[in-house]
Design a protein around this ligand. Structure first.
Ligand code: PMP
Length: 449
């Protein structure tokens, strides 16, 4: 079978995510036969460097031998079991380890299958907690401008990227949206921390006005990924933690995209030295192998649900594949790699290399900003460097970078006009160089009129 044969079969029966399917009249879908390390291989033998970790999930490469071996062993023992009334070793071990590696005080783990479901769980738990305490007026959530938390209806409601949200607005619960700390918008000469701290005044006033009706503030710590890899300073999280305590509001940290080393520390919250009331994890949790998510919370929260059955305080949120044994085992193998290899320190060196190699983009006449947070580098393309006037979205300049890069064997998938690198942690020097060179040439190709 060739690419073309699979592409034809695919397009006659499949409907792909985040895709205008009509685009595939001009651009063929790429069927992948195998993966190895940072490389994906199609049916015609073309290779693609996975510079975006397959939507930010892959940490240690495709077909990772350690994770493969763990899964093969798990397959011979237990693939899945109902998670109500039953349990299993991988789920227990994984919960113990997650409690150990996340900020102190997060001592309870609730599993779900995908990132969006973890967000739904955190929202429902927060609301339900206040109800358990007799505070039934608390029904709202505060969210930041330009944030993204998933695309199920609850998760979509607390996100703010209009591309995903606008059409479905009539279906969504009402939220309180606050202008965010995204440092792209800082004044000339203003530092990240000055800007992020200054922007906190807007959050403070929203909390002041709405605290009695608000369950929680939900944020993506340090990097608003789907919103164009926009970044902010940890000071904002410190101020937010203190304010949430002062106003009696929960803090939900959505570390689905930034957790597991992406920002340079195991979890982004560590850089602000804060403990959220809920931490949502997914994506890298299984090393990019299987869908699994987890919500960690505190004993205080857990205890508010712990009562006689007749009080009807049980937390009812039940997905069929909750705590799937194969997924938990893949997650354990992933955490094992972190334990046995000095991943966070190695990533520091990789991040420094990415910074060095990306310096050249600063001088490009159509680049407004090159920003970095740990293992994430983003390059903001603009029509006018001086005024920062963006390219009209209809021109789809980022898409031109995508197609160019694919033709040169690199999978970059810009977010609008933001080209970014978020590679698996096993990328080597030559591969880094290739990724950056192809991005440079792709940008040159995309900005010509
Ligand atoms: N939260 C964040 C911060 C994300 O980046 C994503 C996925 N891009 C989600 C939630 C949703 O995760 P999933 O796609 O697994 O539902």
């Amino acid at each position: 079978m060739t690419n073309q044969q699979y592409a034809g079969r695919d397009l006659s029966v499949l409907w792909h995510p985040c895709t205008q399917m009509k685009d595939h009249e001009s651009f063929p879908i790429i069927p992948i036969k195998s993966g190895q390390g940072v490389w994906l291989v199609d049916f015609d033998g073309n290779r693609y460097l996975d510079a975006i970790s397959s939507w930010w999930v892959n940490l240690f490469g495709h077909a990772n031998p350690t994770i493969n071996a763990a899964l093969k062993d798990q397959l011979d023992n237990l693939e899945h079991v109902i998670f109500a009334g039953f349990s299993h070793e991988p789920a227990i071990k994984l919960a113990e380890q997650l409690v150990n590696i996340t900020p102190e005080g997060l001592s309870r783990v609730f599993y779900a299958e995908i990132g969006s479901a973890a967000v739904e769980v955190a929202l429902k738990m927060s609301f339900h907690y206040w109800r358990n305490l007799g505070k039934a007026r608390k029904t709202k959530f505060i969210t930041l401008e330009n944030s993204y938390h998933g695309e199920t209806l609850g998760a979509l409601a607390v996100g703010n990227v209009s591309l995903y949200k606008e059409t479905y607005e009539p279906l969504l619960m009402e939220t309180i949206s606050v202008p965010g700390p995204d440092c792209y918008n800082r004044e000339a000469g203003e530092s990240w921390s000055e800007y992020s701290a200054r922007r906190f005044a807007l959050m403070e006033s929203a909390l002041q006005r709405h605290a009695d009706e608000v369950c929680a503030v939900i944020v993506e710590p340090l990097v608003q990924c789907a919103g164009g890899m926009r970044m902010y300073d940890p000071i904002y999280l410190q101020l937010l933690r203190k304010a949430c305590d002062r106003y009696g509001v929960h803090l939900i940290a959505d570390e689905i995209a930034v957790g597991f080393g992406r920002t340079g520390t195991m979890f982004a919250c560590e850089q602000a030295e804060i403990r959220p009331d809920f931490m949502c994890l997914s994506k890298g949790l299984t090393g990019g192998y299987l869908p699994l998510s987890a919500v960690l919370t505190t004993d205080k929260l857990y205890q508010s649900f712990y009562d006689e059955y007749q009080t009807l305080k049980s937390f009812l949120h039940s997905h069929s594949y909750t705590g799937n044994a194969l997924a938990c085992r893949a997650a354990l193998a992933t955490l094992g790699i972190f334990q046995h290899n000095d991943v966070i320190n190695q990533n520091r060196r990789l991040a420094a290399r990415m910074a060095k190699l990306s310096e050249r983009f600063n001088s490009h006449p159509n680049v407004a900003e090159v920003r970095q947070c740990g293992m994430i580098v983003a390059i903001e393309l603009v029509k006018n460097k001086q005024t920062r006037e963006p390219y009209p979205w209809q021109e789809r300049r980022g898409l031109l970078v995508y197609h160019y890069a694919l033709s040169k064997g690199v999978l970059l998938r810009p977010l609008g006009n933001v080209v970014y690198f978020m590679p698996p942690y096993v990328i080597n020097e030559d591969e880094l160089q290739l990724m950056v060179d192809v991005a440079w040439n792709g940008i040159q190709y995309a900005v010509q009129d």
